[in-house]
Ligand binder design. Structure first.
Ligand code: DHB
Ligand code: FE
Length: 280
């Protein structure tokens, strides 16, 4: 492996660095809440041990694997695939506007910003089908929102993310658009490929040992926000694409599946998708 080559395991380690840099609030400990959650979490595990009559050999294998996930730097990756989907559903249960889903480990704030329309930064020879992704940010009544921010990031045609795999320009396939009074945004990009969670580290070993597949369907990542509205973090998928019905991260929802059509002008495909935002 060379350092300029994108590899899956390298992406996992980079995700840990990005998470560690993220600002987190550390309030006072709510002992009653921690106690209640810890009691139930441990009770759920105790039940698994009894149900499956877990052996000492398996218990030691678990300890060895947990140590390895930390050493590999794959905790953000593992948790975003196998746990985040439930946290997201609880967090967004009371929304009635645009539907959210998991953020995943590969978001970076501060991508190049444009007004109303943009071609995402990409390499001269960027492989992939050209794709026009456009829509309107509105309130829940459908009124366009001025000054909304639409952030878009996605993997390249090989399933790698800039800043998490080496050899890809810093802001490749990452950008953000600020809307004007019509609330509209239009991104020109390429369609991403399905993404394989790193198979060469401890998360991959877990998936393999369980006899599962490591794939997520091709997806766009978005954060959409506006003054006085709730920010929505979501992903959009491609109708009929591989793994849409069988996402290892269980993050697909029917409302998030795009139905692109051949572009009205030029090569590739296009789709329109609107974001009605809930009030803050
Ligand atoms: C992971 C990667 C993604 O692109 C995503 O959207 C969710 C999770 C991961 O590898 O953990
Ligand atoms: Fe992703």
């Amino acid at each position: 492996m060379t350092t300029t080559e994108a590899t899956a395991a390298g992406s996992g380690r980079s995700a840990t660095e990005a998470f560690t840099q993220k600002a987190r609030t550390g309030g006072p400990v709510d002992h009653a809440r921690v106690g209640a959650i810890a009691t139930d979490a441990l009770a759920a595990l105790h039940e698994v041990v009894r149900t499956h009559r877990v052996t000492y050999e398996e218990y030691d294998a678990l300890k060895a694997w947990l140590i390895r996930v930390g050493e590999d730097g794959e905790w953000p990756l593992f948790l975003d695939v196998f746990l985040e989907h439930e946290v997201e559903k609880v967090a967004n249960a009371d929304r009635s506007g645009a539907v959210g889903t998991i953020e995943g480990p590969y978001y970076k704030p501060g991508a190049p910003e444009s007004t109303s329309e943009a071609t995402l930064p990409m390499r001269d020879d960027e492989p992939g089908t050209p794709f026009l992704f456009q829509g309107t940010v509105t309130d829940l009544d459908g009124a366009p929102l001025d000054g909304a921010l639409v952030e878009l990031w996605h993997a390249d045609d090989a399933g790698y993310y800039s800043q998490f795999a080496p050899g890809i320009p810093e802001w490749n396939l990452r950008g953000q658009i600020r809307t004007t009074a019509d609330g509209r945004f239009a991104f020109r990009t390429i369609q991403p490929a399905p993404y394989q969670i790193p198979t060469d580290g401890s998360t991959g070993a877990f998936v393999d040992a369980a006899g599962w597949h490591p794939w997520r369907p091709a997806h766009l990542h978005l954060k959409v926000s506006a003054p006085g509205k709730q920010l929505v973090t979501t992903q959009l998928y491609f109708d009929g694409g591989d793994y849409v019905a069988d996402d290892v991260a269980q993050a697909v929802k029917p409302e998030l599946v795009l139905h692109p059509t051949p572009a009205a002008s030029g090569p590739g495909n296009e789709v329109t998708y609107d974001f009605p935002l809930d009030p803050a």
